[in-house]
Ligand binder design. Structure first.
Ligand code: C2E
Ligand code: MG
Ligand code: MG
Ligand code: MG
Length: 273
């Protein structure tokens, strides 16, 4: 409003904001139907052992192809879905789709699926997961659920209860984006965490940023002391890989190994366009 004297600028500014707002509303409405309309797709990104380079499995990453706007990133629509409650249908679709796909792969490949903090509060979550394992035929030991620290802070007692039930099924749990959330180191001691995924920001800044590199090393040392394997996200370069190997990091995921991509029925990445 203060800029009203720049008449022209206001005229160009307001319609744009209207357009943005209209698009946001349209996206929020359409998100409700994205699952039933078959607009969601999964891409799979490889996770590798750093010593020896063995392929260990894939993380499933969801994409939304909107009929008008095209590709929408999960960074944009997952928070919306968490707000609206659409995350329940989306989360179930993702688990189901990922489990069915992974059941066809080599028996030693794991599938990692992201679980929203909102889903951890969902009544019947454990029964839903159990049903999906039975229907897909995927052995529980091949499923890993990725949770963030945000999933734990809301209600620690409830989170612990649910995670113990999930563990009891034979599913493993990874702590995603480690180092960026409201970290309490106590979480690692109290919760049944099988793997720490250190957030990609640390590795990506490690070259020019002493602090980031120091935190990376500290997390690796922490994992070693607690006997929890660490996976580094954001392995983009040979230098990243060398650094991680020198520091004794167990696993890696990033563009150097492969981008999120569709898989063929045997669980191999298809040639990328
Ligand atoms: P995340 O679980 O931490 O997934 C890793 C993200 O890092 C992915 O982004 C991946 O494409 C990106 N990435 C992987 N390697 C590299 C690399 O070498 N360099 C860089 N710069 N980035 C890399 P994406 O696919 O856009 O997903 C973003 C986030 O959206 C995920 O972060 C996760 O929090 C959320 N998300 C994705 N799929 C799902 C889902 O099915 N359910 C839920 N609840 N959240 C999901
Ligand atoms: Mg993840
Ligand atoms: Mg992550
Ligand atoms: Mg993330």
């Amino acid at each position: 409003r203060a800029k009203a004297s720049f008449g022209e600028a206001v005229c160009h500014f307001c319609p744009d904001m209207d357009e943005v707002a209209r698009r946001q509303r349209r996206i929020a409405t359409d998100l409700r139907h994205a699952v039933e309309r078959g607009e969601l797709h999964l891409l799979y990104q490889p996770q590798h052992a750093l010593e020896g380079g063995t392929l260990l499995g894939y993380e499933a990453l969801v994409r939304w192809i909107h009929p008008e706007y095209g590709l929408i990133s999960p960074v944009d629509f997952i928070p919306m879905a968490e707000q609206s409650g659409d995350i329940f249908a989306i989360g179930e679709w993702v688990l189901n789709e990922a489990a069915r796909a992974a059941a066809q792969w080599d028996d030693d490949l794991k599938i990692a699926v992201n679980l929203s903090p909102v889903q951890l509060q969902q009544e019947g979550l454990v029964q839903m997961i159990t049903g999906i394992l039975i229907d897909s035929g995927l052995p529980a030991r091949r499923l890993e659920l990725e949770i963030t620290e945000g999933a734990i802070i809301a209600d620690r007692t409830h989170a612990l209860h649910v995670l113990r039930q999930i563990k009891a099924l034979g599913i493993s749990i990874a702590l995603d984006d480690f180092g960026t959330g409201y970290s309490s180191l106590d979480t690692l001691g109290t919760f049944p965490i099988d793997k720490i995924k250190i957030d990609k920001s640390f590795l990506l800044r490690s070259a020019g940023n002493v602090q980031a590199a120091t935190i990376l090393r500290a997390v690796l040392a922490l994992g070693r002391s607690l006997d929890i394997p660490v996976l580094a996200e954001g392995v983009e370069t040979r230098a990243h890989l060398d650094l991680l190997r020198d520091e004794g990091c167990a696993e890696g995921q990033g563009y150097l190994f492969g981008r999120p991509a569709p898989l063929d029925d045997n669980g191999r990445q298809m040639a990328q366009a």
